[in-house]
Design a protein around this ligand. Structure first.
Ligand SMILES: CC(C)(COP(=O)(O)OP(=O)(O)OC[C@H]1O[C@@H](n2cnc3c(N)ncnc32)[C@H](O)[C@@H]1OP(=O)(O)O)[C@@H](O)C(=O)NCCC(=O)NCCS
Length: 186
């Protein structure tokens, strides 16, 4: 999977990872500086970042990471999608605006919308997109809603953060929902 798209809201764009991005990804993977309380404490480190880039450039049928760029083209965040279930084409999505100083300005919403559009526009087989977030992560829940996903319920004990298994708030959007939202928007 690989392509790029943009959101009309905040004018972010999504692009694949380039070799020149590796120092940033290594910094993100190994550091706690920009890591929020809602993200896994799991560190991946330099070697695993380099290995993944060498293997597939962070892009395979199973999962893909794309970088979020602002209006000037600067990398400000990451989004990802991966196979949600082995029996389905559903994709699970996630997002992050790296620097906390850039959060709360609409970039996360724009990135989530761009990711949903990217998946439905580029991959015909995708019928459902979902996300799973810490119920206390208000910003992430709002982003899901503003990207057109609807709340579906709680999955018990599905997320491991802060040293414990917690419930996940599940949001989802189906292709017909997305098509209807598009039709309404014009
Ligand atoms: C979640 C995250 C991507 C949100 O990005 P963002 O650029 O700050 O989001 P936006 O500016 O588009 O704001 C989206 C909504 O969340 C709200 N929001 C933003 N930060 C918030 C906060 N700290 N607390 C409560 N609400 C918040 C905004 O007010 C907005 O809602 P509104 O339209 O009703 O006003 C960002 O906070 C982040 O990267 N967090 C760390 C990583 C993370 O938690 N990822 C999700 C894992 S599931």
């Amino acid at each position: 999977m690989n392509a790029s798209t943009s959101s009309s809201v905040r004018k972010v764009s999504l692009r694949p990872v380039h070799e020149a991005d590796l120092p940033l990804l290594i910094q993100l993977a190994g550091g706690t500086e920009w890591r929020s309380e809602f993200e896994s404490g799991r560190m991946s480190g330099e070697q695993s970042v380099k290995k993944r880039f060498a293997e597939d450039g962070f892009c395979s049928d199973a999962s893909e990471r794309l970088l979020v760029c602002d209006e000037s083209g600067a990398v400000i965040g990451s989004v990802s999608h991966f196979l949600a279930h082995c029996y389905s084409t559903a994709r699970e999505i996630g997002w992050s605006i790296h620097d906390p100083a850039l959060r709360g300005r609409g970039y996360g919403t724009a990135a989530a919308r761009a990711l949903v559009d990217y998946l439905f526009e580029n991959f015909e087989s995708v019928h459902r997109i979902c996300c799973n977030t810490d119920p206390a992560n208000t910003a992430s829940r709002r982003i899901a809603e503003k990207a057109g996903l609807q709340y579906e319920g709680l999955l018990r004990g599905v997320i491991f953060v802060r040293g414990a298994y917690i419930d996940g708030a599940v949001y989802g959007i189906l292709r017909p929902d997305w098509q209807a939202q598009r039709a309404q928007a014009v």
